[in-house]
Design a protein around this ligand. Structure first.
Ligand code: NAP
Length: 309
């Protein structure tokens, strides 16, 4: 797979006064918010992306390094002259180029090694609350591996571990909106898992705070919103924001698993894979609630404030 750097020239003055930052996952939910805040500050940013068109208007404000988590050669090009890495790119589903474990775990190892060689001074990794080597879900195990890679590296690093992150109109909210057109609102599982939902804008503000004033080396900061809500309660708030009253119908996990796996097996355009749906079965609660974010100077907003309704 080839790789290249292109995109808008970065302003000379800012290039001289600020070192280059590499952002991966800039086209994603959190990454697009982080990117907007960075470019608004005039920070020189390079993004490692598969498809620059997905950057929208921001693509003219950044340096673009074409690359893929499955292509370690692209990391070397992307890291040239970089002082800080914000590594957000990750996946919740297997891709043709690699499994969840390859793209979240092994790719972080390769990225960290390349960053060490490039002399990166601060590596910020997005993990997840609940990441653990023994976790039943592959995503959380792959994130535990990514964290371990950084702990065992010689890199100065910060790990940011969010609870569920959301934004109005994000992919999950679009799925919920589509389902809300049905006479009953199907919900995978019993909806009992609990989360402290974090608005992507607040997660991005916390990320910028960590970049501006890096915490002690090796810090792991949990990013959690101000309230604890079950999956069912979040679906209820989403329904209210869509202006729809619907009874919520829990669909037993084995039924969800069988249907999503069958859809994947026949190559159907399933809106979600079992691995994605399974994530909503596992609580993601911070040890000390929103205080990790608040210590960074960010007052996270509640779901009702963000979604309205
Ligand atoms: N959202 C949550 O609730 C949540 C919870 C806990 C932890 N996290 C973690 O927080 C971080 C940001 O999450 P997010 O919700 O913003 O994720 P997201 O919206 O799913 O975005 C994922 C990003 O990774 C990129 N990506 C995926 N596969 C890639 C590959 N093979 N090569 C290069 N880039 C690739 C995507 O690029 P394309 O645009 O090309 O697909 C996209 O920019 C991730 O590390 C995630 O695991 C998220």
């Amino acid at each position: 797979m080839g790789s290249a750097c292109s995109g808008a020239p970065v302003g000379v003055a800012s290039t001289l006064s600020h070192p280059m930052l590499l952002l991966t996952g800039a086209t994603g939910l959190v990454g697009s918010h982080v990117l907007r805040l960075l470019t608004a500050q005039g920070a020189p940013v390079r993004v490692l992306v598969r498809d620059p068109r997905r950057l929208g208007a921001e693509r003219v404000r950044v340096q673009i390094a074409l690359g893929d988590l499955a292509d370690p050669d692209s990391f070397r090009h992307a890291l040239r002259g970089v002082d800080t890495v914000v590594h957000l790119a990750a996946t919740v589903r297997d891709q043709p180029v690699g499994t969840i474990e390859d793209l979240n775990g092994a790719a972080t190892w390769r990225m960290a090694r390349a960053a060490e060689r490039a002399g990166v001074g601060h590596f910020v990794l997005y993990s997840a609350i609940g990441a653990a080597a023994w976790h039943p879900a592959r995503f959380f195990r792959s994130k535990a591996l990514a964290e371990r890679v950084l702990r065992e590296s010689g890199l100065r690093h910060t790990i940011l571990a969010p609870s569920l992150v959301y934004a109005p109109g994000d992919r999950w909210m679009k799925v919920l909106h589509g389902l809300s057109l049905l006479p009953v609102m199907p919900m995978p599982g019993r909806g009992r898992a609990a989360f402290q939902p974090m608005w992507a804008e607040d997660a991005a503000a916390a990320t910028l705070a960590v970049l501006a004033d890096p915490p002690e080396p090796g810090a792991r900061i949990e990013l959690a919103g101000p309230e604890t809500l079950t999956h069912r309660q979040i679906v209820g708030l989403a329904l209210r924001s869509f202006g729809r009253r619907r009874p919520i119908l829990p669909v037993p996990a084995p039924v969800v698993r069988a249907s999503l796996r069958a859809a994947a097996a026949v190559g159907g355009a399933a809106f979600a894979t079992w691995e994605e749906a399974e994530l909503l079965e596992h609580s993601m609660l911070a040890r000390d609630g929103a205080s990790g974010v608040q210590r960074l100077g960010v007052e996270p907003r509640s779901v009702a404030e963000v979604l309205g309704g």
